[in-house]
Design a protein around this ligand. Structure first.
Ligand SMILES: [Ca+2]
Ligand SMILES: [Ca+2]
Ligand SMILES: [Ca+2]
Ligand SMILES: [Ca+2]
Length: 275
């Protein structure tokens, strides 16, 4: 009996000590993990740490190859399918590079190894725990978010499972845009980033109400050494039925308090083990 109680206390202590500092696993970012104002993401909370625009680094998109012609998710313009939309290259880039808007994204990359690549102007250090977040859209009714492959710093590709996401409480109010040929008489698949940024655009579907799902990744699970800097990533579609649709991607800059609490947590665990 005494042993059972002791075991229980030891197990409970280990849980309490490890839970706030847990790391090394993929984190589902659901409703309780985000704060937003309408469609705009205000903060993301991972492992008890809250990240804001001050501590999230959005990527600069460096390469793209579409899996089909529908590769931009824009805010609802209120216009019909087939309407011409004129977005500048900067406006298209903003969908993933600068806005915190869950209604916009660069979607449906191909299965090619340069599907959707980005760089971080400030390298993201692989500190303990989650380092990278991604939000994508999936149909609201009983569908999982898209699984995909990801590589950091040009390393090996790893699968991220569709079951690993959390479902947020946000549903998009967006429209999808098709890239079109120069004569604007047919849709084309954007084979390059330049195609994506400069092709003619028309509304493909004028109302997309899909759930936004979020996931947090720990670089350590993807072949990155502890404390190494990550300056680039590449995402590619899992297959033609699973083409991920990112609406927000960011690297996380640890706040000083995070590093300190992690160190304190490890120190406490070490002390317990010594006893
Ligand atoms: Ca966006
Ligand atoms: Ca990490
Ligand atoms: Ca999707
Ligand atoms: Ca898709």
């Amino acid at each position: 009996m005494k042993t059972n109680i002791t075991n229980t206390i030891v197990a409970a202590s280990a849980f309490l000590l490890s839970a706030p500092f847990s790391h090394g696993a993929t984190v589902a970012l659901g409703t309780s993990s985000i704060v937003r104002s309408g469609s705009l993401l205000t903060s993301v909370t991972v492992n008890s740490t809250t990240y804001t625009s001050a501590t999230m680094v959005l990527p600069t998109i460096s390469a793209f190859a579409g899996g089909n012609s529908t590769t931009l998710l824009g805010p609802d313009s209120g216009q019909n399918n087939g309407t011409v939309i004129t977005y500048s290259a900067a406006q298209r880039r903003a969908f993933l590079e600068t806005d915190f808007d869950l209604n916009t994204g660069i979607i449906n990359p191909s299965t090619a190894t340069d599907g959707l690549s980005g760089t971080f102007s400030t390298p993201i250090k692989n500190t303990l725990g989650t380092n990278f977040v991604l939000f994508e859209i999936a149909p609201t009714v009983d569908q999982l978010a898209d699984r995909f492959f990801i590589s950091f710093n040009g390393g090996s590709f790893f699968e991220v499972a569709g079951t690993a996401y959390g479902k947020t409480n946000f549903t998009t109010n967006s429209e999808t845009l098709d890239t079109r040929n120069a004569a604007d008489n047919g849709s084309i698949t954007a084979g390059t980033l330049n195609d994506l940024l400069t092709s003619n655009l028309r509304i493909q579907t004028n109302f997309i109400d899909q759930s936004v799902w979020g996931i947090g990744l720990d670089f350590s699970d993807y072949g990155v050494a502890a404390d190494a800097d990550v300056s680039s990533f590449t995402i590619r579609a899992f297959d033609a039925s699973n083409r991920v649709d990112p609406v927000f991607i960011a690297g996380l800059i640890p706040e000083p308090s995070v590093a300190l609490s992690s160190v304190l947590g490890l120190a406490m665990i070490a002390l317990r083990r010594k006893r």
